[in-house]
Write a protein that binds this ligand. Structure first.
Ligand code: GLC
Length: 751
């Protein structure tokens, strides 16, 4: 076509692109074909641009010129964490309307536990043991985010966390692979919906691939040493399930795994994720984790880091600019191939087509933020995530006829802090704090409020007298203690896991008054709470509850809803016990109460004795304070009559397991029935217990129901370091409402 003027050129180009668009849309019938077709139109620079993700750090419009030009020249394929929906829209507009091929941007954001409606932090969501509820939370978050132009979230995080010192346990689903698998699937289905092109769907990310939570010492970004059996049977499991659930993207991590950083790890990414599991989405690095390959000492410079990240199978570079700066020269000098570039770009384009971005690149404005429905779901999530750890003297539930209640503590009215870590779009003015909710429920005249401490880290007693006065003038004391959100999450780990500031001193002073006292701890990590058990009557672990924290707490405190949360992670008695988790191996010297030699029982002069040669501490024994799966109710549940459909199971059989559960108390309540299994003998040793099923069950006072689970030999599969096996042998099976379940039966699996 001969063009006579620039204007004609532009018109011709627009016609060409639009007919290319039409051509793409009309003739290509699925994302892969569309990606194949589009890539043929692209220059090498445009291809590399798709592999480049950048954040625009200038937080005001207009888009600053350098960033504007990068988008216009097709050198950015994705942006993240932009400062406003208006900025997001303008960046998308530049890509779609001003770049040569009009390829839309992936707009990524950390929508981790809510967008405007903030749900409990993910460790709290895991404590619900309710995948359906968690899926609904993710669905709401996706609709809210997409309505403001976000089309990709860097969630769910599915790092198994066995170390409460690790601040990022707040984003995890805890220590158990099965629970984490269920939460990962629920989040992915909630975010992605039935179809990514659905106007309320966003692409999800399985992160941080892999083993990030095994950081030595629980110190974030630290080295991880994970043998193949643990890698396969623990840390990789949730990611495999995520791939089977069609997660759109995977994020490689910051950690070095057995000497090779995960963002340059060919074994985990190329061999396992892409070849063995046939993952067909794309891999994005974590923030500058490609650049970090040189800092790790795995690459000698940025060129080498670029080469090793691409070789490993990282398709998109988050914010290190290594791909945009180095890939072309690596192609030109033959270090990498065009095919490697094309494979990465096709993976990225496929997700853009599946999201329907070529047809609908902009915000949907279909969903409104913070609807009554989303607030109801958020309140339900608070109720089901909060774990009742103690209720002495039946202090709870409180009566609504109470005359005066003291509300004390730095988290009682901290609207921003209670939202927890990784909150970009929650607004503190929307938060229902405990104080606000209690005043609304009882009437402000019944409430004596005194924070006692300005913030959780206040190290003075200036507010104590007012708090003590409030307590003295009240019938019951409600303490809301915990952490500012910044004390949890990325890079924020602690060696001493106790309430910061003078909170311990405040609790001590209040406990001397002898008033019925309830402590609610609001944080994203596990603190050592044993000292508080003798200072207060009741203890709720409320996590960082999000927008509707106060509303959920009021329903629990006053018995409108029964507590039903269960611990997704073991509570140590002291930091010295860490790591301590329920699904451990037996060792050759398993500990028991009888074998525990208590330090002060040992005679003054004691020769090396054969007594007590077991896996315990002289001072803190071997038991945690609270076990995985533990959580009290206002009632009691009795489990009985476990029955198996057969005692001998063949490899193509299924096993039906039933038990009776009875509510023996006076309150309607929900419990989480849990099924655990132990493989007594294996080609490698197997854990003493493994969670294989759980289900929530609601019972009226006195009501009894039969719960039923179905197990398959596949559920007993494990990796022995060489291959996946299901081995015949003897198994124990338990049903109960914590990992200490004692209602047990047995079965044999035969070839
Ligand atoms: C951070 C986190 C990651 C997050 C990303 C984008 O460093 O490790 O989880 O999604 O950067 O904010």
């Amino acid at each position: 076509m001969k063009l006579r003027s620039p204007f004609a050129f532009v018109i011709g180009l627009i016609l060409l692109i639009s007919c290319q668009h039409n051509k793409i849309n009309k003739t290509m019938n699925n994302a892969n074909n569309k990606a194949d077709s589009l890539i043929n139109l692209m220059t090498l620079e445009e291809k590399i641009g798709q592999m480049n993700q950048l954040m625009n750090f200038v937080d005001t419009l207009p888009i600053e010129s350098k960033f504007y030009n990068l988008i216009k020249e097709g050198k950015i394929g994705s942006v993240l964490n932009s400062f406003s929906p208006e900025m997001t829209r303008e960046m998308q507009r530049i890509a779609v309307e001003e770049s040569r091929l009009g390829i839309p941007l992936l707009v990524g954001r950390d929508v981790i536990h809510g967008y405007r409606t903030i749900f409990p932090v993910n460790i709290g969501l895991a404590a619900t043991f309710n995948p359906d509820l968690v899926k609904e939370c993710a669905k709401i978050a996706a609709a809210e985010a997409r309505s403001e132009g976000i089309n990709w979230t860097f969630a769910p995080m599915m790092d198994i966390s066995r170390d409460p010192r690790w601040g990022r346990m707040a984003e995890s689903s805890g220590e158990d692979p099965y629970l984490t698998e269920q939460m990962a699937m629920a989040n992915i289905k909630g975010f992605q919906g039935e179809n990514l092109s659905n106007k309320n769907s966003i692409a999800a990310t399985a992160k941080h691939y892999v083993g990030y939570g095994a950081a030595i010492g629980g110190r974030d970004y630290n080295t991880t040493l994970i043998p193949e059996t643990e890698l396969r049977n623990v840390y990789l499991r949730p990611f495999k399930v995520a791939v089977e659930a069609n997660v759109a993207t995977v994020m490689s991590g910051f950690n070095e795994l057995n000497g090779v950083p995960t963002s340059g790890n060919e074994y985990t990414i190329k061999e396992i994720l892409k070849e063995e599991w046939n993952f067909n989405g794309f891999v994005v690095s974590d923030w500058a984790s490609i650049k970090n390959l040189a800092i790790h000492g795995y690459a000698k410079d940025s060129l080498d880091a670029t080469y090793k990240a691409l070789r490993a199978g990282v398709d998109m570079d988050m914010c290190s600019s290594h791909y945009i700066e180095n890939l072309k020269s690596l192609i030109n000098n033959g270090t990498i191939t065009q095919n490697q570039i094309d494979d990465a770009v096709k993976r990225i384009l496929k997700i853009k087509f599946e999201l329907g971005l070529f047809e609908n690149p902009y915000a949907t404005k279909e969903s409104t933020l913070l609807t009554e429905y989303s607030k109801d779901i958020a309140t339900k999530a608070v109720i089901q995530s909060t774990v009742l750890l103690q209720n002495k003297n039946k202090v709870l539930p409180l009566s609504k006829d109470i005359k005066k209640v003291a509300v004390i503590g730095p988290l009682a009215d901290a609207p921003y802090e209670q939202m927890g870590t990784w909150v970009f779009d929650g607004k503190e003015e929307n938060t229902i704090t405990p104080l606000k909710a209690i005043e609304e429920f009882l009437g402000a005249e019944k409430v004596n409020y005194a924070p006692g401490l300005k913030i959780s880290r206040t190290q003075n007693k200036n507010g104590f007298s007012e708090a003590i006065k409030a307590a003295k003038n009240s019938d019951v004391v409600l303490l809301f203690m915990g952490d500012e959100s910044i004390l949890t999450g990325e890079a924020h780990c602690r060696a001493k896991l106790t309430l910061p500031g003078y909170q311990n001193e405040l609790i001590e002073e209040i406990s001397k008054l002898g008033k019925p006292t309830v402590l609610v701890i609001m944080t994203g990590v596990i603190l050592m709470v044993e000292p508080y058990l003798n200072q207060v009557d009741a203890l709720f672990y409320g996590w960082h509850p999000g927008t509707m924290g106060g509303s959920g707490y009021v329903d629990l405190l006053f018995g409108i809803e029964p507590p039903s949360g269960k611990l997704p992670m073991t509570f140590p008695r002291t930091e010295g016990q860490i790591p301590i988790y329920y699904n451990h191996n037996n060792t050759g010297h398993p500990a028991s109460d009888e074998s525990w030699i208590r330090m002060y029982d040992i005679p003054e002069k004691a020769w090396q004795t054969s007594l007590g040669n077991t896996n315990h501490y002289l001072d803190y024994g071997f038991e945690p304070l609270f076990e995985f799966g533990f959580g009290l109710s206002y009632t009691k549940f009795n489990y009985s009559e476990i029955k198996l459909s057969k005692d001998i199971l063949s490899m193509n059989d299924s096993l039906i397991v039933t038990a009776k559960i009875k509510n023996t108390g006076d309150f309607v309540a929900e419990d989480v029935a849990q099924l655990y299994v132990r493989d007594l003998v294996g080609s490698i040793v197997r854990p003493v217990k493994e969670l294989k099923r759980f289900q929530r069950i609601k019972l009226n006072p006195g009501e009894e129901k039969i719960i039923e689970f179905v197990l398959f030999p596949k559920d007993l599969e494990f990796h022995n370091g060489k291959e996946w096996v299901i081995e015949p042998g003897d198994f124990h099976i338990w049903i109960g409402n914590s990992s200490k379940a004692s209602l047990m039966s047995k079965f044999e699996l035969i070839q």
